[in-house]
Write a protein that binds this ligand. Structure first.
Ligand SMILES: [Zn+2]
Length: 103
């Protein structure tokens, strides 16, 4: 009888460990998807901070000012900390979400 109890506890711990690992992997995936980007002034699409040309409409972009970069870094850090603190919340529509979060 006691043997069954131990077996049950071991199985429970194993399942627990697996689900914790899955949550961690999910968080890492979500973090990898968060990118620093800014909004194109011409077509309003999200583009990379380092980009010199918009990949959607092709206009040449001004370099990011330090103020803008600071804002982007802040939004990025916020998004990362959200993922860290509240577990995974995959936005349903990433582009829409990005427009709200970035800049
Ligand atoms: Zn554009």
């Amino acid at each position: 009888m006691f043997y069954w109890l131990i077996l049950f506890v071991v199985i429970f711990l194993a399942i627990n460990a697996v689900s914790k690992n899955q949550a961690k992997a999910q968080r890492q995936r979500a973090k990898a998807e968060v990118q620093k980007c800014r909004i194109c002034p011409e077509c309003a699409e999200g583009i990379k901070v380092e980009a010199k040309k918009c990949r959607y409409c092709g206009i040449s972009l001004m370099q990011v000012t330090e103020d803008e970069l600071a804002q982007i870094d802040k939004a990025y850090a916020l998004e990362i900390s959200k993922i860290e603190n509240m577990g995974v919340t995959q936005p349903k529509n990433k582009k829409y979400q990005n427009n709200d979060v970035w800049k």
